[in-house]
Design a protein around this ligand. Structure first.
Ligand code: AMP
Ligand code: ZN
Length: 138
């Protein structure tokens, strides 16, 4: 998709209105229009990055630092019982808007959000293979 057609580029840079909780030079924090729970918020980068594979580490670091501040503010106000910090990359992973964003999803006892998966087993052979291969790429 062309960057000038990206809806989150437009929202992040104030070209279309949004329910903004916070804004600075690099980021805008908005309420999700289809909230999983009360207070569901998104941290958007002002610069366009497709996903975690595209964003630079410095911006990602600043973004997570902001996430911790926003999460504390939300917990204080919403009195939520917990929070999921979630970030989808690729359609297979549930990404629907292809502009990097971090979800802050307040969790409440008895809510109907489901973020679970069937637990597998880490086999010895796979473990050794993955350590070998990934370690040297980091
Ligand atoms: P994801 O599935 O991780 O790509 O998340 C996309 C999120 O963006 C969904 O939770 C949508 O509800 C939300 N969303 C889509 N359009 C807007 C919009 N215009 N303003 C705020 N949130 C939006
Ligand atoms: Zn964008």
């Amino acid at each position: 998709m062309k960057k000038d057609e990206c809806i989150f580029c437009k929202i992040a840079n104030g070209k279309i209105p949004s329910a903004t909780l916070y804004e600075d030079r690099n980021f805008r924090v908005v309420l999700d229009v289809g909230p999983a729970t009360k207070g569901h918020a998104l941290i958007l980068t002002k610069e366009h990055f497709d996903d975690i594979f595209d964003i630079d580490a410095e911006t990602a670091g600043r973004l997570f630092s902001l996430a911790s501040v926003v999460a504390r503010a939300m917990k204080k106000v919403l009195h939520c019982d917990g929070m999921n910090v979630l970030q989808n990359n690729g359609s297979i992973a549930g990404q629907t808007v292809f502009h990097f964003h971090l979800h802050l999803i307040p969790r409440y006892e008895g809510d109907s959000v489901q973020i679970t998966w069937p637990q597998g087993t880490l086999e010895e052979e796979t473990k050794e293979e993955l350590i070998q291969l990934i370690k040297k790429e980091i």
